[in-house]
Design a protein around this ligand. Structure first.
Ligand code: D5M
Ligand code: FE
Ligand code: ZN
Length: 505
């Protein structure tokens, strides 16, 4: 793909004009020439030009107005930026960027510190949320059971393994920092019920049991760390501007099944060129697009993948992706985290997509490249983004969970307060010294992708979004009965958390 200098110029000019028109202003040809030059010489940004004219209530950008602005700016740059950035109400903060975790070697030591960290972090969450008294350690419970049978005891434990015993019995191997014990739990009818949440491997729970002997407790109940019922709903400020954020993922550029037409429709909508009036009104207020991974299909992700690719070069895949999203106006910030098809480390926390493969994306000024997971704050709304490969692991161990309801699986992750609770499944996890995948921050919005099925839900004031995809059903998915829902795009009004799902298919 060779793009000539002239074509670049034309593209830039078109973008400038579009942005100006979108903001409700007009421009004369001579002013346009001056702006183009000033932007290229980095003397001014388009945002500042627009803010200045809006502030001065000038409707048409002329040679005169732009010359005055440039003169003022050079003379009084400090004051200028102060005045005009305060007016901007919208802001993005990165609360956690996990892409720099210290990897330990796969030694026993590494695992030990990783799981100790997980246990301690989740224990702290449980203690903060539930007023637990008379909580014992497993060592203490063993001592108690020597003298006293049928005594009710509570303890916080990690489930090292779930086994299914006779009848409806579930046998949990429970562990804390002092020892381990088996817990017998009678599931009754809850096993196949979709509404029940059964314990899974490597999660940490509060267990209520009855002493039996030194080796066994009978479990009567268990509490998940869960999210508080009173998670603060963010209060809207009266004069707050309406800002919309778009959630997408799993575009899979390079795949034969990539739905380019559908994705282009989405891009046309962002540019106010597709959709009805209502959709266009929303598009006008979009300031952020969050991308939850699998930007491209990658290479060598699974055996014989090349047969499913139209672009077989990873560099070209990212180049084409960047080319497509360069249609997005500059005043929209694009946040990118990687997925399992992207060119970066695979174990969680996953580093950002490596610059050497995705240079064109790193060059774009409105693109922010981050790791998986990431926690952001946009206009005081906390957003947790992760690709979501762990959802597959949950489907595999909980027979009653359904893959066509990703929001339920994500609710499960909220309940166990972990982004990838199961160790040793499909999701590789780096044994870092600290477990950064524990959800110690409760987000207002929890965004994942990966399943290619759009799903929206709400759990205790947390808005759950699984963003779907822009890839048609692959032959693998057909074989395993996965029916993707491509071209559906959730859009959230951050002012009041209203969600809309737009259709581009
Ligand atoms: O995964 C998209 C969806 O398809 C997700 O539900 C997993 C499933 N999938 C796709 N390919 C495979 C293979 N080879 N094995 C198991 N499951 C698979 P994505 O990562 O976006 O391709
Ligand atoms: Fe995907
Ligand atoms: Zn994926």
């Amino acid at each position: 793909m060779i793009i000539t200098e002239e074509a670049k110029k034309v593209k830039q000019r078109r973008k400038i004009i579009e942005t100006i028109i979108r903001s409700g202003l007009q421009i004369t040809p001579s002013a346009l020439k001056i702006i183009e030059e000033a932007i290229n010489n980095k003397n001014i940004t388009l945002t500042k030009v627009i803010l200045y004219h809006k502030h001065e209530k000038i409707k048409i950008i002329t040679k005169n107005s732009i010359t005055t602005l440039l003169k003022n700016k050079i003379e009084d740059d400090g004051a200028f930026s102060k005045n005009y950035t305060i007016k901007k109400q919208s802001f993005l903060k990165i609360l956690r960027d996990y892409s720099n975790c210290k990897y330990k070697s796969h030694s026993i030591d590494g695992f030990h510190s990783y799981f100790t960290s997980r246990f301690n972090k989740i224990k702290k969450i449980i203690n903060e949320r539930i007023n637990v008294r008379n909580v014992y350690t497993i060592e203490e419970i063993k001592k108690i059971s020597k003298n006293e049978k049928n005594k009710e005891v509570k303890f916080i434990a990690m489930i090292s393994e779930v086994e299914y015993g006779k009848k409806e019995n579930m046998i949990l191997n429970l562990e804390d920092l002092t020892g381990n014990i088996k817990g017998i739990f009678n599931m009754g009818n809850s096993f196949m019920s979709e509404d029940s949440f059964l314990p899974i491997n490597d999660s940490v729970l509060l267990v209520t049991g009855i002493t039996v002997n030194e080796k066994i407790v009978k479990i009567v109940n268990f509490d998940f760390p869960d999210v508080p019922t009173d998670t603060t709903i963010r209060e809207e400020k009266e004069d707050e501007e309406e800002v919309y954020t778009v959630f997408i993922s799993d575009i899979h550029v390079g795949s034969k099944e990539f739905l380019e037409d559908s994705f282009k429709k989405f891009l046309r909508w962002v540019n106010l060129k597709f959709g009805n009036e209502e959709m266009k009104n929303i598009a006008e207020k979009v300031r952020y697009i969050l991308i939850g991974g699998d930007l491209v299909d990658g290479i060598g992700v699974y055996p014989h993948q090349d047969e499913d690719l139209v672009i077989r070069d990873i560099f070209e895949q990212y180049e084409y992706f960047a080319h497509l999203i360069s249609e997005i106006p500059d005043n929209i910030k694009i946040v990118v985290i990687p997925g399992n098809h992207d060119a970066t480390t695979q174990a969680l926390p996953q580093r950002k997509i490596l610059e050497k493969y995705a240079k064109p994306l790193y060059k774009m000024k409105n693109v922010i490249m981050l790791g998986n997971p990431t926690i952001l704050e946009i206009n005081r709304v906390k957003i947790l983004m992760a690709h979501g490969r762990s959802l597959e692991d949950i489907i595999n161990v909980i027979p009653s969970s359904r893959s066509n309801r990703p929001e339920r699986l994500m609710m499960y992750l909220l309940k166990v307060r972990h982004i990838a609770p199961i160790w040793g499944g499909k999701t590789p996890i780096a044994p870092c010294e600290e477990d950064n995948l524990v959800m110690d921050v409760v987000p207002n919005i929890f965004h994942m992708g990966h399943l290619h099925i759009n799903g929206i839900g709400k759990y205790r004031n947390v808005l759950i979004i699984n963003s779907g995809c822009f890839q048609a059903q692959t032959s693998y998915q057909k074989m395993s009965g996965i029916n993707p829902t491509p071209g559906l795009v959730p859009v959230v009004n951050l002012k009041n958390m209203d969600v809309r799902v737009m259709r581009f298919y």
